[in-house]
Design a protein around this ligand. Structure first.
Ligand code: FRU
Length: 459
């Protein structure tokens, strides 16, 4: 299934990747073990799934503009979560219902066939605010049997199909099968500026009925982007990226937030949401998505933050942003732990002394109070109640972030060329950030921590 616009876009994307790819690849801040766009812009992970022997990561891809542009679904696949093969985009903005962007969505895999649910964005020309009017926010379904090409694409829901109380901001379908039916959650902004999730049910994957709406009794932000809803070890969790939540102490320090509510009861009927818990206290973590591969629930997030007032110098090399490493989710009471997928350990090379560390994996046993200075660019400091991450130089505008902690007992730091993923106390809390040390800078100064450090390589 293809049309003339898709054929032209295919050629254009291939050409820009060929022509601009070498400049991006030559950037000293190019990552070693994180997924990046070949050129241009990357945001949310989409359609994460395992289909047969392949893991697939699709992502919001703006090949023509490192600061955004019209979104496609870029595509990587891997058999082992380590070696990734770049494929041509899976979805192009080439249908009347997605002409201004193939926005975020998810994958349902059934009998080896991939059902890709996404939001088609359409912006009508005119004097609109694009919140209450002027935008088509369509739910669409693309089907792929070979996991590489799309054989059908159809519009499922359009503006008139959503409840009366919502604006034109309804998007990011997450779909799963349960109890012989299919369920979908969509993030929404209401006309009175409250974030909520719409729950839909279907018997056949195409015809959807709105059966419930999930929200908090008191307003919690004006829009909930990129929802995810799943059961883990007997507890339901509602993950979303709420916009418009104001800072309270060390909570919600970023312009937009990202975290989860434990959900009690039944998402299809009576339910209550427990206290919202942030998934990350760093600068760059947003719009994560989870999926199961049979054995475990994995999560990947976008290592970026929309509308932040800090930047990334990679734009000068024609690309921007990356994904986090895949993490396994585990349950601890009503909390989620994030732990790097065990596959990541295969990237560990030889053990190295702290002064040689540049791209590394480090496991620390920590004293109650301590400090790590990383490559002269980032300082992590902790004490009884708080852990801080300070990026004086090399933050490209990033300053400091805090995490409230009971006590820091262990830290694991995954450091790539231009990112840090800091796992506090076995993944109870996290801080994820991009950072830009001088390219040749290396070395960690440890105070109050004993560490095992491995150089990280690419396979
Ligand atoms: C989140 C988001 C989604 C949307 C996509 C567009 O970062 O705004 O809600 O589908 O990005 O790229």
């Amino acid at each position: 299934m293809s049309n003339a616009l898709q054929r032209d876009l295919e050629r254009l994307v291939a050409r820009v990747e060929r022509e601009d790819g070498p400049r991006a690849a030559a950037d000293p801040y190019r990552q070693r073990f994180h997924l990046m766009p070949p050129v241009g812009w990357m945001n949310d992970p989409n359609g994460l799934c395992r289909c047969g022997e392949w893991y697939h990561v699709f992502y919001q891809y703006g090949p023509f503009d490192p600061t955004g542009g019209v979104k496609h679904w870029g595509h990587y696949r891997s058999r082992d979560l380590l070696r990734w093969e770049q494929l041509p985009p899976m979805l192009y903005p080439d249908q009347p219902w997605d002409i201004h962007g193939v926005y975020s969505g998810s994958a349902l895999v059934e009998d080896g066939t991939m059902y890709l649910y996404y939001t088609g964005n359409v912006k009508h020309a005119g004097d609109y605010d694009y919140i209450t009017a002027g935008r088509g926010h369509n739910t669409a379904l693309a089907v792929s049997r070979d996991g590489v090409t799309v054989e059908s694409n159809e519009l499922l829901l359009e503006n008139s199909d959503y409840p009366e109380n919502v604006t034109c901001h309804v998007r990011d379908p997450k779909v799963w099968a349960q109890d012989g039916k299919y369920y979908m959650v969509l993030g929404a902004r209401t006309k009175d500026d409250r974030g909520e999730l719409l729950v839909y049910e279907s018997a056949d994957k195409r015809d959807w009925t709105h059966i419930n709406t999930l929200t908090t009794p008191d307003k919690f932000g004006y829009m909930w982007e990129c929802p995810d809803l799943f059961e883990l070890d007997g507890q339901w969790f509602l993950v979303c990226s709420p916009q418009g939540v104001k800072r309270q102490g060390n909570r919600y320090q970023n312009v937009y937030s990202c975290g989860y509510f434990p959900l009690y009861g039944d998402f299809r009927g009576d339910y209550t949401l427990g206290e919202f818990c942030e998934l990350d206290c760093g600068f760059d973590f947003y719009a994560p998505q989870s999926f199961t591969d049979g054995d475990r629930r994995l999560m990947i997030g976008w290592m970026g933050m929309p509308d932040a007032d800090y930047t990334n110098p990679t734009v000068e090399h024609g690309w921007q942003h990356c994904q986090t490493v895949p993490c396994e989710l585990r349950r601890e009471g009503a909390r989620l732990l994030r732990i790097p997928a065990s596959e990541i350990n295969a990237l560990r090379g030889g053990r190295i002394p702290p002064e040689r560390a540049r791209v590394f994996d480090m496991e620390c046993r920590t004293a109650p109070k301590g400090r790590l200075a990383i490559r002269g660019a980032a300082v992590v400091e902790w004490g009884k109640k708080q852990l801080s991450l300070t990026l004086a130089q090399g933050g490209a505008g990033r300053t400091v972030r805090y995490a409230d902690v009971d006590a820091v007992k262990s830290l694991r730091v995954l450091a790539d060329t231009s990112s840090l993923e800091i796992f506090i106390n076995g993944g109870q809390q996290m801080m994820t950030t991009r950072y830009y040390p001088a390219p040749e800078a290396c070395g960690i100064v440890l105070d109050g921590a004993e560490a095992d450090i491995w150089a990280m390589g690419a396979l």
